[in-house]
Design a protein around this ligand. Structure first.
Ligand code: B12
Length: 224
C-alpha cells in the first residue's frame, strides 16, 4: 500500500524510517507536496491533539510523531521542492523571482510556546523559495523579534503560536517595532493564531497554512 493515509498513519505512530520511505514512494508516484504536507503530515500531528492536553499528555507518542514529521520534511519534502519536481511555486503563484531573494524573513514561535514544527516548515519552504530566513527558534520574546528584525534589516516578521494563552504577546511586536523605528510586515500563523482576526493580534496577515503564508510573502513588494 502506498498512499497519503498510510503516510499519516506512519507519522502518527512515530515510525520515522518507514514514514520517510513512504513519502519517497508517494513523490515518485506523482503525489504533490501540498497533498503530502496537508493530508499526510499536518493531519497526522493534528490527530494527536487528544494526547496533548493538560489532563492527558502522552509526551513520548507526540514527540516520536514530531520527529517523524521533521525527518520527512528535511529528508524528503525539502529535497523535492528544491529539485523542482513539484510545481509548488506555480501552484501558489509563489515565484522564485528576483524580488524574493531581496526579502528577509525573521521567524520564530512566540514567548511561552515551544511548538516549532509549523514554524520549521514555513522557514524551510520560504528558504527554498528564495527568501532569506533568520530562524529565531521557539519561546521568543516580542523584543527579540524586533531586535532581530533591526539587526537583519528584515522586511517580514513571521510569528507562530499554537497556544491560546500566548497570543497576547504577539500584540506587543508592532509597538516595539515602531519604538525601534522600523515597520516590518507582521504575519502570524499556527493553530491558535488562526482562530482570531488579524486586528486582534495587531498583525498584517494571519496565514492559515504554509502555502498561504508563502503566497503572501511572495506578493509583498520589496521595500528597500
Ligand atoms: C506536536 C504537539 C506538541 C509537541 C510539540 C513538538 C514541537 N517540537 O513542536 C509537544 C509535545 C512539545 C507539545 C507540548 C504541549 N502542547 Co502541544 N500539540 C502538539 C500538536 C499535537 C501538533 C502541533 C503540530 O506540530 N502540528 C503540525 C504543524 C505543521 O502544524 P501547525 O503548527 O498548525 O503549522 C501549520 C500552520 O498552522 C502554519 N503555521 C504555523 N506557524 C506559522 C507561522 C507563520 C508565520 C506562517 C505563515 C504559518 C504558520 O504552517 C504549518 C503548515 O501548514 C497540537 C495539536 C494541534 N491541533 O495543533 C498540540 C497542541 C498545540 N498542544 C497543546 C497543549 C495544551 C500542549 C501542552 C500545554 C501540553 C502539556 N500538558 O504540557 C504543551 C505546551 C508546552 C508549551 N509551553 O508550549 C494544545 C494547545 C491548546 C491551546 N489552544 O492553547 C494543542 C492544540 C492540543 C490540544 N489539546 O488540542 N505539543
Amino acid at each position: 500500500m502506498s498512499n497519503v493515509a498510510e503516510l499519516a498513519r506512519l507519522v502518527e505512530a512515530g515510525e520515522n524510517v518507514k514514514a520517510v520511505a513512504e513519502a519517497e514512494r508517494l513523490f515518485l508516484s506523482g503525489v504533490s507536496v501540498q497533498n503530502i504536507l496537508t493530508e499526510g503530515l499536518v493531519a497526522a500531528l493534528r490527530a494527536l491533539s487528544h494526547k496533548c492536553t493538560t489532563e492527558n499528555f502522552q509526551l513520548l507518542d507526540v514527540l516520536l510523531a514530531s520527529r517523524a514529521m521533521v525527518e520527512v520534511i528535511d529528508q524528503v519534502v525539502a529535497q523535492e521542492i528544491e529539485n523542482g519536481m513539484d510545481r509548488i511555486a506555480a501552484m501558489h503563484e509563489a515565484r522564485m523571482d528576483g524580488d524574493n531573494c531581496k526579502k528577509t524573513l525573521v521567524i520564530g514561535t512566540i514567548e511561552g510556546d515551544v511548538h516549532d514544527l509549523g514554524k520549521h516548515l514555513v522557514a524551510t519552504v520560504s528558504r527554498i523559495s528564495g527568501i532569506r530566513v533568520v530562524n529565531l527558534g521557539k519561546d521568543v520574546p516580542p523584543q527579540a523579534f524586533v531586535d532581530a528584525a533591526v539587526r537583519e534589516r528584515a522586511h517580514i516578521i513571521g510569528v507562530s503560536s499554537l497556544m491560546t494563552v500566548c497570543l497576547p504577546s504577539i500584540n506587543k511586536i508592532r509597538p516595539l517595532a515602531e519604538k525601534s523605528g522600523i515597520s516590518p510586515v507582521i504575519v502570524a500563523g499556527g493553530a491558535a493564531a488562526q482562530q482570531v482576526e488579524k486586528g486582534y493580534l495587531d498583525v498584517d496577515y494571519v496565514a492559515f497554512d504554509v502555502f498561504d503564508g508563502l503566497n503572501y510573502f511572495t506578493k509583498l513588494p520589496y521595500l528597500s
